[in-house]
Design a protein around this ligand. Structure first.
Ligand SMILES: *Cc1c(COP(=O)(O)O)cnc(C)c1O
Length: 549
């Protein structure tokens, strides 16, 4: 593994930032190499005062050698200007409270500070220094000339490919995330602090809805949406059996019944033709038309169709045009499960804004993830928004201790909102990068026989939560990739109607053939914005080889 990120020790930083330094060209060459390889250059926050001081000295010496007179104040000002513009590309690392410990623990406090910052770093990092004494203390420390001369592995591809690379993203935004977290620690409003409102405004802006409401998870988002419609016993909500358990679980938790609707085998999303049949079957109480959940006995009242919950699986929005035609005719609500599609587009509109209520999740591995649990509901309807705002906090009314309704404790932590803000800023770029990765896979895999690549309908853009292929050779491909250190995953190995938790609905094998077939044949390949073209090529090559083998 070659580290792509480097921390500059004070001496190397001075070389790079002052003119006419003998070691300047080498320091700059090392930095150029890091940036060329899409790594980041870091400075250590606790060493910045010392760096400024040394930089000023170097600038004074350089000016003197050039025969230019420079006042102390002018050199000082130039040092600050140089550093400020360098910080547009370089990040600043802190190890917070540990800085003080490191500063006291050795004779060479800046070395200790730098090592502490490297220890706290998420991922591999090299430290550039010219001090032989420092280079001898730790294997991570290397001279710029040796760093520049260092060989990469032959194909330039990292041997370790994570399925989802959160560390790489964190390194990109670490300074901003740390600043945001510190702000929360200082204001101390851990519950419903100002970052919640700020994030809600940004989420509403991004998705183009009037009301965005942060909540504790994607599951709570779905629950809040159903509760806003007063869903309860006797109600039926139509949804997909090829999804994560949350989607159907919340329907059942409220005493209502999920009525499953099979998927379209190309998009893995709810098939509107099957939806129409399922509604007809339920209204006629006739499972001959379409499979229905079992009733306790014949005397049990038939279920009332209330709403539709399409899932934008793997990041591709469902067919809302046709779903809405049906919903309008049948007077049903539409709740979009956009847990996997945040950042996706549907004919110019953003996912999350495609239902009467959109629900999303900020679980760490989703396209927009926090560092814990989080979610949001999105809507244009002020009445629904008001109800969900109340439901989110125990059904609160105007007075905190006079509640209007029975609700939940479903707030998002202020800390999660704070760190989602810098993540949301880079989401558009990350979605583009995910689309490049997906295009790279599709280009290399779509012509292979024995495999079906994902299909994004015209006018849509996926958020690529997953890149999932269909193949009868799933086990062979998984084993071959695993042998090469490439992780894969199966979403989902068992459709909901065949899971033990849903045995009570009385569905059986064969009820939803497309979902069952997908469960047997689906395979997701590594997908994140930081996969390189070389890695995608390498993974695709291994998939092709496994299919031939
Ligand atoms: C992740 C996910 C959820 C639930 O989100 P949490 O934040 O984990 O509660 C719901 N639906 C789908 C389709 C998901 O992928």
């Amino acid at each position: 593994m070659i580290e792509r990120d480097v921390i500059l020790d004070v001496d190397v930083a001075v070389d790079a930032l002052a003119d006419h330094r003998p070691d300047g060209p080498m320091a700059k060459a090392a930095i150029d190499r890091v940036l060329h390889d899409k790594g980041r250059v870091w400075l250590v926050a606790a060493s910045l005062p010392l760096l400024l001081e040394r930089l000023r000295e170097a600038i004074e010496v350089g000016a003197e050698e050039q025969g230019i007179g420079l006042t102390h104040a002018a050199a000082s000002s130039r040092a600050r200007t140089n550093l400020r513009s360098f910080l547009e590309t370089a990040g600043v690392l802190t190890s917070h409270g540990f800085d003080a410990e490191a500063a006291l623990e050795t004779e060479a406090p800046t070395w200790a500070l730098t090592l502490r910052a490297a220890d706290a770093f998420s991922g591999d990092v090299a430290i550039l220094s010219r001090e032989p004494g420092f280079i001898a203390t730790d294997v991570r420390v290397i001279a710029p000339k040796d760093f520049v001369a260092r060989e990469y592995s032959k194909d330039g591809v990292d041997s370790k490919i994570p399925f989802v690379d959160l560390a790489r993203q964190q390194r990109r935004i670490l300074t901003k995330v740390e600043k945001r977290i510190s702000t929360v620690l200082r204001h101390g409003q851990y519950i419903m602090g100002p970052e919640i409102k700020e994030l809600e405004q940004k989420l509403a802006e991004y998705t183009g809805v009037d009301h965005a409401i942060c909540c504790a998870s994607g599951t709570d988002a779905l629950l809040l949406a159903l509760m806003a419609y007063g869903v309860g016993p006797g109600d039926a909500v139509f949804t997909s059996p090829f999804t994560f358990i949350s989607t159907a679980e919340v329907i059942s938790l409220l005493g209502a019944a999920p009525v499953f609707v099979d998927i379209d085998p190309w998009t893995f999303n709810m098939d509107p033709d099957c939806l129409a049949k399922a509604i007809r079957a339920l209204r006629a109480n006739d499972p001959e038309i379409y499979p229905l959940p079992a009733r306790a006995d014949d005397s049990a009242p038939t279920l009332r169709p209330k709403g539709i919950m399409p899932v934008d699986l793997f990041g591709i929005p469902s067919d809302y045009q046709r779903i809405y035609t049906i919903a309008a005719e049948e007077r049903l609500f539409v709740i979009e499960d956009a847990a996997q599609s945040f950042g996706a587009e549907y004919h110019g509109r953003r996912a999350g804004s495609l239902g009467d209520i959109g629900c999303t999740s900020f679980f760490p591995a989703k396209p927009l993830g926090c560092y814990g649990d989080g979610g949001a509901v999105l809507t244009q309807d002020v009445g629904l928004a008001d109800r969900m705002i109340s439901l989110r906090i125990h059904g609160k009314g105007k007075d905190k201790y006079d509640n209007d309704r029975i609700g939940l404790n479903a707030r998002m932590d202020t800390l999660q909102a704070a760190l989602l803000l810098p993540k949301l800023e880079i989401l558009p770029e990350e979605i583009m990068a995910r689309n490049r990765v997906a295009a790279g896979y599709t280009e290399r895999l779509s012509r292979l026989t024995g495999l079906q690549t994902p299909c994004v309908p015209e006018g849509l853009r996926s958020a690529w939560a997953q890149y999932s292929i269909l193949t009868d050779r799933r086990e062979d491909i998984q084993a071959a990739l695993k042998a090469k250190g490439i992780p894969t995953a199966v979403y989902y190995p068992k459709p909901l109607h065949l899971q033990t938790a849903y045995a009570g609905l009385g569905y059986k094998q064969g009820d939803f053939p497309e979902s069952e077939s997908a469960s047997r044949r689906i395979l997701s390949l590594p997908m994140h914005p930081y996969l390189t073209a070389g890695q995608v090529e390498m993974i695709a090559k291994e998939v092709a080889a496994a299919l031939k083998g």
